[in-house]
Design a protein around this ligand. Structure first.
Ligand SMILES: [Zn+2]
Length: 296
């Protein structure tokens, strides 16, 4: 029985100890406290993600951790992601987190994680981790690792307009452009539709700087009407758009249904729902497994 391939290019999972003792971690990281001191804010494990994928028909997911400011917390989270990816039979790929403002120490951890098999770095977050996208020189050590290995960097991006929400931050298109200009050989993924950067790509000079950027749709329904898919595809093309839920922020099954109803052509849907992410992150299709096939 063959199934259509769907890749969720943007999800977040935590080690169980973080879910069990969120207050302790809130005491160790200001941005974590900002997002998760509300007990209704869901903290998902890899097991939760795999269960959601099975229910939603998502074949493969790219799992991110959290943009901890402390390198030690990043290391622990990276170790968890590596471990769960290894036992996932290819269903989970992972991105490593480092605080890029730390320079050589962060670069060494990035290198270590790429050696382990991380598909890239991210989701990095300037507000969470205390650095500034407008000061690209301070981020060069980590960027150089990604460029040398040709691995992408996923960045949190947010809108300069619209409603406020927890975790929005200040990574707006005007701040991201100097970073993109400084590293023309870096593969960049901008989360959350790049904070609206695709719309500015109607300006030729912006399109030139953003030409290598791939956008993901993480948390889309909290931010935009479903027409955002059609509109962005018409501006940047389906090779530069990836389906990403921001799980557990969005539930995969209903969001995937909405995307399927968003008026994408079949060739576009193939790219957006799987092939763009596979190509960019170098994903190998999951190992077929009888139990999975039988479960549908
Ligand atoms: Zn984000």
């Amino acid at each position: 029985m063959s199934r259509e391939t769907v890749v969720d290019a943007h999800t977040h999972v935590f080690p169980p100890e973080v879910a069990h003792d969120r207050a302790a971690f809130a005491g160790r990281d200001g941005w974590f406290a900002h997002l998760y001191d509300d007990p209704r804010a869901t903290i998902a494990s890899a097991g939760d993600l795999l269960a959601s994928m099975a229910a939603a028909g998502v074949t493969q997911a790219v799992a991110c951790g959290f943009p901890w400011r402390d390198l030690g917390l990043c290391r622990e989270h990276n170790a968890y992601l590596d471990a769960v990816a290894r036992t996932s039979r290819g269903r989970l790929a992972w991105l490593a987190t480092v605080p890029p403002g730390l320079g050589p120490d962060a670069a060494a951890e990035a290198q270590r994680c790429l050696d382990l098999g991380a598909a890239g770095l991210g989701e990095l977050n300037a507000d969470a981790q205390g650095f500034d996208w407008r000061e690209p020189a301070s981020l060069a050590a980590v960027v150089d690792v990604c460029v040398a290995r040709d691995r992408p960097l996923l960045l949190h991006a947010s809108e300069p307009v619209g409603h406020e929400y927890r975790g929005k931050g200040t990574a707006t298109p005007d701040r991201l452009l100097p970073f993109l200009s400084a590293f023309p050989n870096l593969r960049v993924v901008l989360a959350h539709w790049g904070g609206g950067l695709p719309f500015y790509e109607l300006m030729p000079e912006v399109a030139a700087v953003a030409a290598r950027v791939v956008y993901d749709s993480a948390a889309s329904t909290y931010l935009y009407r479903p027409q955002v898919f059609r509109t962005v595809l018409d501006i940047v093309g389906p090779e530069r758009v990836m389906f990403g839920s921001d799980f557990p922020v969005l539930r995969q099954a209903p969001f995937l249904r909405r995307v399927r109803e968003a008026g994408l052509r079949t060739d576009e849907a193939t790219l957006v729902l799987a092939d763009t992410a596979r190509q960019l992150y170098g994903l190998v299709p999951p190992t077929p497994h009888q139990a999975d096939e039988d479960s549908t």
